[in-house]
Write a protein that binds this ligand. Structure first.
Ligand SMILES: Nc1ncnc2c1ncn2[C@@H]1O[C@H](COP(=O)(O)OP(=O)(O)OP(=O)(O)O)[C@@H](O)[C@H]1O
Ligand SMILES: [Mg+2]
Length: 246
């Protein structure tokens, strides 16, 4: 579905490739982290502990500084980088928060080698979820991150205060990916992933609906309103948590 950056110019994190394998090639092991079984593995005692944590607000205890972390996810080409950069600039230049650093997971995976090598057949890096989580943990605990990623079901749920899923009309997405000079097959596979709402389903299975925003990303007007919507969300969060944003 999505190839590595060397082969295609997309993020190279391998996440969509993992999805492809999960859909079509379940025997290929991409990572040690159990994906679809994550929830099933929780026993009832753990569920009760989670509920108790939520009630007491202890879910932030794992973080050194419980500032805002935002995840922006979506099929390639839906506008994650564009939106993340816009929000990061607006928030930091506007002084709303001290820090809202934009991190692109695909670049980090490639730069830091957080993968299990390159898969020639699928023309992508095999993202190693354990390595990714280890590498990001300290920074995420610090807070003040807006993270762009294609896939998200291996991140600790506690990392994110808000999860944004961008959706794009199929025809518009096709044109955007074709403009990148992607191969026809690659364009079609990504558009198919958007039609099958693979990323959206993953988010719905991994995060609570209360912290999830699903936003259309077809036009520049929508880009602007999406940015404003996230800034409004941050503004409200700051008002509710003054002690955490000093
Ligand atoms: N809301 C929007 N309306 C119109 N064009 C947009 C919008 N958002 C992004 N674009 C354009 O679409 C293209 C893809 O955007 P962008 O690179 O931000 O996507 P992405 O989701 O980060 O892709 P990837 O997953 O490959 O990193 C860019 O040319 C960008 O300018
Ligand atoms: Mg991007």
């Amino acid at each position: 579905m999505i190839r590595g950056s060397d082969g295609c110019g997309c993020c190279g994190c391998g996440c969509e490739c993992m999805k492809r394998k999960r859909r079509y090639m379940p025997k290929i092991i991409v990572t040690d982290v159990p994906f679809d079984d994550k929830e099933e593995e929780k026993d009832s005692d753990e569920d009760e502990e989670d509920e108790e944590e939520e009630r007491s607000g202890k879910q932030f205890e794992g973080r050194k500084h419980p500032g805002i972390n935002i995840l922006v996810t979506g099929t390639p080409g839906t506008g994650k980088s564009t939106l993340c950069q816009l929000v990061s600039d607006a928030v930091t230049k506007g002084g709303l928060l001290k820090k809202m650093e934009y991190l692109d997971l695909g670049k980090i995976v490639k730069e830091k080698g957080l993968h299990d090598g390159y898969n020639e057949e699928y023309d992508c890096y095999m993202l190693n979820a354990d390595k990714v989580c280890d590498a990001l943990e300290e920074r995420m605990d610090e807070g003040g991150v807006i993270l762009e990623a294609h896939s998200c079901d291996y991140f600790p749920e506690r990392w994110f205060d808000l999860v944004v899923v961008l959706r794009t009309d199929n025809t518009i997405l096709y044109d955007r990916l074709a403009a990148r000079k992607y191969k026809k097959m690659k364009v079609e596979e990504n558009v198919e992933a958007e039609i099958m709402q693979i990323v959206l389903d993953e988010v719905r299975n991994s995060y609570k609906s209360e912290i999830t925003l699903v936003l259309p990303s077809d036009t520049l007007d929508q880009l602007e309103s999406n940015c404003q919507r996230i800034i409004k969300w941050i503004t409200d969060w700051v008002a509710d948590h003054p002690e955490n944003t000093a």
